[in-house]
Design a protein around this ligand. Structure first.
Ligand SMILES: *Cc1c(COP(=O)(O)O)cnc(C)c1O
Length: 240
């Protein structure tokens, strides 16, 4: 085994341990939490090492970059889920439909409409998560739900998205404000969990997934109901 494979395997083991503890602490099953490896700016070798360490869920942010790593993802393709987790520029739509299994950061109605059209053309269905700007931050994407008007707009847009036959809405995703102390993120995770419950009731749908938590706060996210945590640097080291 190479040094890279060893290092990454040790990181994966450490994180899985922490996931198990956080799940147990909150009375949840560790198997109900999926560990996504976020591999933006990471090489094919790193991706292969993650796979060898047991990772089957991968997240990428930039379709152009993902395309340069298409070979490795295809080589591993059986049994992995490759998710787009970044903001999608309209001209990259075709690429996303072609390269990815799921889109975890759907943040505009017009993107949903166009995505659905392209997916229909190529005969593919795509699971999506709705991105929520849970801290109402101007530099972040997603629906804000802080005011009554914003909530109305979210529900109105979601009703339209749910009519699109080639998109399967299966959860909510968010990147809350960053705090030095991850405990301070907890209220945002709670807000998102409550929004999921409210959305399920209001729209009469099931939203099995909540994608929250990164390297700095995934344990707290799990305590608050994360079914998918998106971990980059804690698995593969800093991005340079
Ligand atoms: C980069 C990224 C992550 C991973 O962040 P780390 O701090 O490296 O764990 C998670 N989610 C999104 C949306 C990202 O862009």
């Amino acid at each position: 085994m190479t040094e890279l494979t060893n290092d990454i395997r040790a990181n994966i083991d450490g994180i899985r341990n922490r996931i198990d503890k956080a799940a147990q602490k909150s009375g949840r099953k560790p198997a109900d939490v999926q560990l996504m490896a976020v591999t933006k700016k990471k090489s094919a070798d790193v991706i292969r090492a993650l796979y060898e360490g047991g990772i089957r869920s991968f997240g990428e942010n930039y379709p152009d970059e993902t395309q340069t790593k298409q070979a490795v993802f295809e080589e591993l393709h059986l049994g992995i889920e490759l998710s787009m987790i970044g903001h999608l520029q309209s001209r990259k739509l075709d690429l996303v439909c072609k390269l990815f299994d799921s889109y975890h950061a759907l943040n505009r109605l017009n993107v949903a409409t166009r995505l659905n059209k392209t997916l229909m053309e190529i005969g593919k269905k795509m699971p999506v998560m709705i991105e929520i700007n849970i801290g109402d931050e101007p530099n972040k994407h997603g629906w804000a739900v802080d005011t009554e008007n914003n909530r109305q707009a979210y529900f109105t847009d979601l009703a339209e998205i749910l009519k699109l036959p080639n998109l399967e809405v299966y959860g909510l995703m968010s990147l809350p404000p960053y705090f030095e102390n991850p405990e301070q993120t907890r209220p945002y995770f709670i807000k998102l969990r409550e929004l999921r419950e409210e959305t399920e009731k209001t729209m009469s749908i099931e939203l099995p997934h909540l994608s929250i938590g990164t390297s700095v706060d995934f344990e707290i996210a799990i305590e608050e109901g994360a079914t998918w945590v998106r971990v980059g640097t804690a698995l593969t080291g800093p991005r340079v």
